[in-house]
Write a protein that binds this ligand. Sequence first.
Ligand SMILES: Nc1nc2c(c(=O)[nH]1)N[C@H]1C(S)=C(S)[C@@H](COP(=O)(O)OP(=O)(O)OC[C@H]3O[C@@H](n4cnc5c(=O)[nH]c(N)nc54)[C@H](O)[C@@H]3O)O[C@H]1N2
Ligand SMILES: Nc1nc2c(c(=O)[nH]1)N[C@H]1C(S)=C(S)[C@@H](COP(=O)(O)OP(=O)(O)OC[C@H]3O[C@@H](n4cnc5c(=O)[nH]c(N)nc54)[C@H](O)[C@@H]3O)O[C@H]1N2
Ligand SMILES: [Mo]
Length: 782
Amino acid sequence: MTTSDADKAVADNESPHDAETPAGGEGPTTEKQPSQRAYHHPAAGWGAAKSVTHVLLREHTLIDGPRAIFKMNHESGGFDCPGCAWPDDTKGLKLDICENGIKHVTWEMTPKRAGRELFAAHSVSELATWTDFELEDTGRLTEPMVYNEETDRYEPITWKAAFELVGSELRALDDPNEAAFYTSGRLGNEATFLYQLMAREYGTNNLPDCSNMCHEASGRALQASLGTGKGTADLADWESADALFIMGVNAASNAPRMLTALAEAYRRGAQIVHVNPLIEAAATRTIVPHEFVDMALFKSTRTSTLNLQVRAGGDMALLRGMAKAVIEESASDPKALDREFIDRHTQGFEEYRALCEATPWQKLERQSGLTRADILKAAEVYSRSDRTLISWCLGVSQHEHGVDTVREIVNLLLLRGNLGREGAGPSPVRGHSNVQGNRTCGIDHRPTPEFLDRLADVCGIDPPRAHGLDTIGVVEGMHRGTVKVFVAMGGNFAMAAPDTTYTAEGLRRCGLTVQVSTKLNRSHVIHGKKALILPCLGRTEKDHQRRGPQATSVEDSMSMVHLSLGMKRPASPHLLSEPAIIAGMARAALPRSAVPWEQYIEDYDRIRDTMAQALDGFEDFNRRVRLPLGFRIKQPARELVFLTPSGRAEFSAAVLPDVVPRDDMLVLQTMRSHDQWNTTIYSDDDRYRGIKNLRTLVLMNRADMRCRGIIPGSLVDITATSKDGSKRSLTGYRALSYDMPRGCAAGYMPEMNALIGAADYSTQSDQPLMKNVNVRVTPSRL
Ligand SMILES: Nc1nc2c(c(=O)[nH]1)N[C@H]1C(S)=C(S)[C@@H](COP(=O)(O)OP(=O)(O)OC[C@H]3O[C@@H](n4cnc5c(=O)[nH]c(N)nc54)[C@H](O)[C@@H]3O)O[C@H]1N2
Ligand SMILES: Nc1nc2c(c(=O)[nH]1)N[C@H]1C(S)=C(S)[C@@H](COP(=O)(O)OP(=O)(O)OC[C@H]3O[C@@H](n4cnc5c(=O)[nH]c(N)nc54)[C@H](O)[C@@H]3O)O[C@H]1N2
Ligand SMILES: [Mo]
């Protein structure tokens, strides 16, 4: 069961966009015909190897590329793969690399340069007409640039003058809360610590980050249930679990190294249940990337024992159904529940049990989109397993009731004591390679009083106590005129945030926008009245400071912290490191600062010494981070210490939401293709889903197409209805039939952010509803 329209080439190639709605996000312009053809090969393996060679050739990095790759993720030295947050092998990593990590690294190492000549030759209005692929394809940024309104061009500026511009604009604000400091999850821990310190010494907690769009729901749910914002399982647990539930993640594309863990799990006889409206490549078979013998023999391993195609947002009903089945089973078999664990370590079980018992099967079937028999199959896998691990990503978190669903995951785990022991526990797959470290090191618009007290003590600052703005809040603030200066440490806010037009208007209303970046993107050409581009070193590059070469640390999805050391010559001699750029801005904005910014930059060990005092779990940071595999941040919930109000793990008892779409609506999810990294699009192909030369598409169930009079491969218009009743459309998208439950639809981010209204965020997590867009799809009026 994969794509149904095998071998079908689709005709026509008209311009896909509604003139009024700038979509952006496009991949390369192509004359090639779009096509859809079922993908029958195992994930990773030779398809991946071929694709890697293609990328290395295109980027002319055949020599440097492989050398860098062999340095990646090494236990002694080397840099951390910026591709994703999957942890490195606990046994000492040899060559667990993946196609997409390699693509990501070579993208940074491109020999192309976006220097001053580029900006002299093209006005910003002209650059704004380029596709996102074309913008990034200009190569690495080389020196600081400032926008000149008169010439409508970016022009070179010295670092000193650039910092002074940031400083004077920040000093001129009436209220520090008129500034916002965005982080994309690439930023290393040391820079992260300095960044939040600067914002807080300056006087604001306005620290929006990409996590607001990603795992905010997971963090809040785990905090409420277990008193920790993170998962408790580590890679060793993945290696010893005997049942793994993989929910709402496209692992073969977005966390490819998980394939290795899944193949190993299959070989040792573990059960692997994938829960996803789509059967993604990781739910089939793989050839483990570093097993060269298997590659040579085309020997693949299965990575799934059961696939459950839930309806969009139907996960919570499935989980509750499983809990109901386990509770029902306990009537005849008391061992079905771990009563001792429940009694000793949890709170709220009776209420949860009553809720499960009171929820009728019929409702669970309708809301999950699965049959009772399917739910019971999953429950049986769970009941028979001694060690269960549940993993999830955006398919769970980017929903209205993401927090309740993650709490339901924990509820289910608690029933059988799947916490605080080997092979068990919750294990969210994080996104950006250091997004988890960003939170640990202080990027949080809702910091706790304890965190701020300690920061004040250690750093001698007086941080503000009021909560700050998150991503949604910042865009709204820009519109109201209450956010005037926007600083972005990496990322591509203009494309990543929902409601593309509204976000763009917001950015344009700012007095100053500052983008610290490696490559040109949409957020540089949609800017405030004044605008700066500050180019920084990438993670692969050498960072030389006064006291020698510097490494920075990162934290992976499973709380392991280790050092990352760049080894390539910087793309330009004028680049500064991210810590140095932050220190430069901070010094200019805070001339009387209590923080020794210059000393910190001379030697990052000094930043780490301060972090060791200011942050929980970072004791003896400089020594421990130099251990061969780094160190694991202590995880109280893992030790069955729960920092919750009751001091126990707390069952939640949330009402099951109604997720069935009304009338002729569909629930649209916006996802990544195989060939993109968030807003960076490498090509218009999506190999594992069998799609070529097409991004302006919507995948639908064939029956849903038929009853709307839509012919597979034809053009359609998509109209979304926002929570506030406003409507947004994309026209001329191509509808393809795909194996997924009725009522669901899927297309690509970031293009489809144009459909998501500013009001469309979860009331539980304030997370934009990126997997939960209510749309009507109709034959195109084009
Ligand atoms: N190569 C590569 N790697 C990446 C990224 C990248 O862009 N490219 N991005 C990184 C980042 S920042 C992140 S956050 C992660 C994102 O990793 P993913 O979460 O895999 O990201 P998406 O592509 O949005 O895919 C969402 C998945 O959830 C499924 N899904 C959608 N709705 C539902 C639902 O209601 N229930 C269930 N059970 N499943 C659902 C979709 O079918 C899809 O498989 O990946 C990280 N790694
Ligand atoms: N509709 C929809 N929208 C989504 C999502 C979705 O699933 N659907 N997913 C959301 C998620 S999970 C996330 S994480 C966000 C991603 O949001 P962001 O993190 O804001 O976006 P990215 O595309 O990852 O950022 C890419 C840019 O980062 C810069 N960059 C790359 N490396 C470095 C570096 O080392 N340092 C610095 N300073 N800059 C660097 C480059 O200039 C590049 O253009 O998007 C969100 N948006
Ligand atoms: Mo993310």
